[in-house]
Design a protein around this ligand. Structure first.
Ligand SMILES: [Ca+2]
Ligand SMILES: [Ca+2]
Ligand SMILES: [Ca+2]
Length: 336
């Protein structure tokens, strides 16, 4: 693993993808699609909470941020970094903030950190990347902005506990000031793609036509028309199977972006089981007439987004190209 999180807030309710929230909505995204938007309020900070898949003592977090709040009016925390079980008002181990002058900074419960030169302007997206090393008084942080150097590595004491919770905060206490987040990634320090990845974009594509394999049973109509909603429509339309090894694959919409380097593909299977017993589903990547089957994902009795991230195309063993993604079919296989 190296990329451990990617989120574009494009196609799903946040709850389904593991984000818990407090008064937010989706809005027009940074490059295309959607982004997360939420207000302050005069009484309280609003927040949206997500989690790294495991607690980490060293990681990099990248995200696009925009605020309606006028620079100079005061902003405060835009992300709080916490241990997995911390409460909303518990002191964060670390926090990413924007100063009144528009500088991006990082602080920590144990002190240290710092901010760079003013760089944030009102109602404009800025891409912020923060590399965190949790090691008590030996901890450090560094920041990059818009893909370039911003704050060199400085001491920062995040405590000594591995961090897992990422809370997006609108700390303006201003009901008229929206905060916007998009294109989030996180990396750990393993693998090839670790540390700073640069200014990244996350784009979501959905099924747009019949695929090579239609073995699941559709509720009505063609299989793909049951699984192309954003957000998912739960029991309103679906495909189902009780036959192990059944495979559904679908033609997928092409990416809007015509250029760039693909760092990874995240599959999202929104699924549940509706009877007693053990059920597993896996993502299917169909390319060049062959199916490549992903990791078995165990289903529960409630709909949940089952995801995996692949930095390499399983058909080639090297990074994906845009053309390969556009030609690919994606789908699912019933494993158990
Ligand atoms: Ca987006
Ligand atoms: Ca559906
Ligand atoms: Ca396509």
């Amino acid at each position: 693993m190296a990329i451990v999180m990617m989120e574009g807030f494009d196609h799903s309710s946040k709850e389904a993808k593991g984000w818990s929230l407090d008064g937010d909505t989706l809005a027009t995204g940074r490059v295309n699609g959607k982004c997360l938007r939420f207000t302050g309020t005069s009484a309280d900070a609003k927040y949206c909470r997500g989690f790294l898949p495991t607690a980490l003592t060293e990681f990099t977090l990248g995200f696009a941020f925009k605020s309606d709040r006028g620079v100079g009016s005061g902003y405060g925390s835009v992300i709080q970094l916490k241990t997995v079980s911390a409460g909303k008002y518990d002191t964060p181990a670390g926090y990413i903030y924007i100063t009144n002058a528009g500088a991006v900074g990082v602080g920590a419960s144990g002190g240290g950190g710092g901010a760079g030169a003013p760089v944030v302007t009102t109602s404009s997206w800025v891409y912020i990347e923060v590399h965190v090393k949790v090691a008590g008084s030996s901890g450090t942080v560094s920041i990059r902005v818009n893909g370039g150097p911003y704050l060199a590595t400085v001491p920062c004491n995040f405590g000594s506990s591995a961090l897992q919770m990422i809370e997006l905060w609108n700390d303006t206490h201003d009901s008229g000031a929206y905060a916007y987040y998009d294109d989030i990634y996180a990396t750990d320090i393993t693998g090839t793609l670790n540390g700073f990845l640069g200014d990244c974009h996350v784009e979501t594509i959905l099924p747009d036509g019949v695929g090579a394999s239609s073995m699941f049973i559709p509720l009505s109509g063609a299989n793909w028309t049951n699984v192309d909603e954003k957000p998912p429509d739960d029991d309103t339309s679906y495909v189902s199977s009780t036959t192990v090894n059944d495979i559904d694959t679908y033609s997928m919409a092409n990416l809007t972006l015509a250029g760039g380097v693909v760092l990874g593909v995240k599959t999202n299977l929104y699924a549940k089981k509706d009877d007693a017993g053990f059920r597993q589903l896996a993502a299917v990547y169909r390319q060049g007439g062959s199916n490549f089957v992903g990791t078995a994902l165990t289903l529960s009795a409630s709909y949940a987004m089952q995801s995996e991230i692949r930095e390499l195309n399983p058909a080639t063993g090297v990074p994906w190209t845009l053309a390969e993604i556009n030609a690919n079919e994606f789908g699912a296989k019933l494993i158990a």
